[in-house]
Structure formats: C-alpha cells, structure tokens
Design a protein around this ligand. Sequence first.
Ligand SMILES: [Zn+2]
Length: 120
Amino acid sequence: MIKGPMVHAPLEFRLQPGGSRAGDGCFLRCPKCDTQAAIRRSERPTPTVTQMDCICSNTACGHTWRADIVFVHSISPGLIDRPDLALPVCPREDAVHVVPPPRATDPSAPTFFEDGNSAA
Ligand SMILES: [Zn+2]
C-alpha cells in the first residue's frame, strides 16, 4: 500500500482544551450552555471517524456527551495513494480558499521589498 521509506512521525494534533485559555478559539462548545468544553477521551473506530467524549467546563452545567469528527472530502488529495478508503475529493469550484490573516503593519519596520534608500 505505502511504498518507499517511512519515518515514524506521529502527527500531534492538539485541540484547544477549553477553559479560560481557549477563549473564543476553543474547539468545542457545550450544546446546552455554549461554554468551552474539553475532550476527555477519543478513539478512531475507522480511518475517517474520530469519536470524542466531551465535558462542559461550566460546573453548573456539567454536561458530558459524545461527538464525532467525520471525514467529508479531501481538499487536496495529497501524495499517498489509499484506494481502499475511496475518499471523495472536493470539486475545485467548491474549494474554500483559507489564507492567513493580514499582518499588522508597522510603518517603521523594514521589509524585503522596501523601496527607496536601501534598495539598489
Ligand atoms: Zn454546558
């Protein structure tokens, strides 16, 4: 299935744990009270499904639940061939272009593309 040398490099995908540090960027919110939630346990029953047991960080709520992350489609199929998974690819016209936010500009900061005195 996978040809060529492989390096063992497990992907660490850390999700925001919830609580005050996560703020508005937390990964999960409680469906009952909309407070940040934490993932207490997860398992991957299939290559395209991850199941998580979640707990609300609001002590007055205390809701726990199971949530799934389910593969929808590839945006770019990558270089590893896995025909056994039959992963659909997103139509090109439906691809969402996600780009980093513009940097805050400091007018006094030098740039590589600065025109004027320092350029040759
Ligand atoms: Zn809650």
